[in-house]
Design a protein around this ligand. Sequence first.
Ligand SMILES: *Cc1c(COP(=O)(O)O)cnc(C)c1O
Length: 378
Amino acid sequence: MEKRKDIYDRLGVKKFINAAGTYTAIGGSRMSKKTLEDIADAAASHVEIRELQKNIHEKLAELTKNEGAYICNGAAAGLYLSIAACIASKEGKAFNYIPIAKIMEKEVVTFSAHRNPYDWSIKQLGAKIIQIGFPNIILPATAEDLENAITDNTVAVYYAAGSEDGWIPKGALSFEATVKVAKERNIPVIVDSAAQLPPVENLWNYTKQGADIAIFSGGKDLRGPQSSGLIVGRKKLIDIITKIGFPNYGIGRMLKVGREEIIGLFSAVEQFVNMDHEKRRNWCEDEIKRLQEAFNRSNLFKIDRTYPNEAGQPIPRAFVNIIDNNRLKAKKLQELLMEGEYGIYTNSEDRNGVYINPMTLQEGEMNIIIDRLKEIEG
Ligand SMILES: *Cc1c(COP(=O)(O)O)cnc(C)c1O
């Protein structure tokens, strides 16, 4: 049967099956049919954006069991807006009236182990990043280190959430200990939990445990629009974010969130909260088992189950070990997977094989992956 030609075929842009994970550079995740339908409806009519925001933000606060919620255009933008709100809160006036020189005095405390390229959101605002501890276990950061780093200029503590089994190195203070110190000093804790869904409970757990703000990417496992993000937390800070954010003039004006993103993310969060997460996890386990069974007699590939995944999420992955390294190297395997009838995009993380992440796969795609690996095996 002739395959339908879509816009990517017409453009000559290579498309592929994402067996790597919710990486933004390859489009993160795919929206559900229901979300896409809701977005089409959103685009078909005009509404008052502020009224839509108010309506949806209230519903999102309830859905995520938080005092407040705000939809921004990505977790990185969410961090930018949240730190701006912390600065405005500290100064006790609207962000637009705070001179740049004043912003530049402000400090955001974080752990060396939590530094990452997304903290440009803090630097771009003009605030300073005050770094404590080391990104390893030689001398782990202590509560005393955090207490000593807090000054009159401190506006927030930035905490990168995630498992040390994922990308975050050891060396930081625990979340609970961080919150305890920050609370004593009345400093808000901003949690970057962009990729920390699942588990779904993280939508409310960080804030329940004392964070003032938690930020999630809309385009990762939430499966909302790529250019969306969700900020949840204390009403006082969310109210300030709402004033700084789009469609108001000021720094939030360049972080536009259209009604398509607002509706799309709301629809996605509603589906995510109501999803049968256990069924989904079992589906992932079964897909990995199928892959293992397909190669249990192979003399080229050995399939291992690994857990948790690269972001520390409670979803297993499969690792396709190359047994015979004289026959095949990881980089070559990645190239061959991309070359088949359907391209298959994988990560190797510098190991002797490739990871297959079921998180971003749909029904039927594991079969295509198995068939292609068999072809490569020859
Ligand atoms: C993906 C990610 C972000 C950025 O999320 P966007 O929604 O793409 O802006 C920020 N922080 C961390 C830790 C991330 O993994």
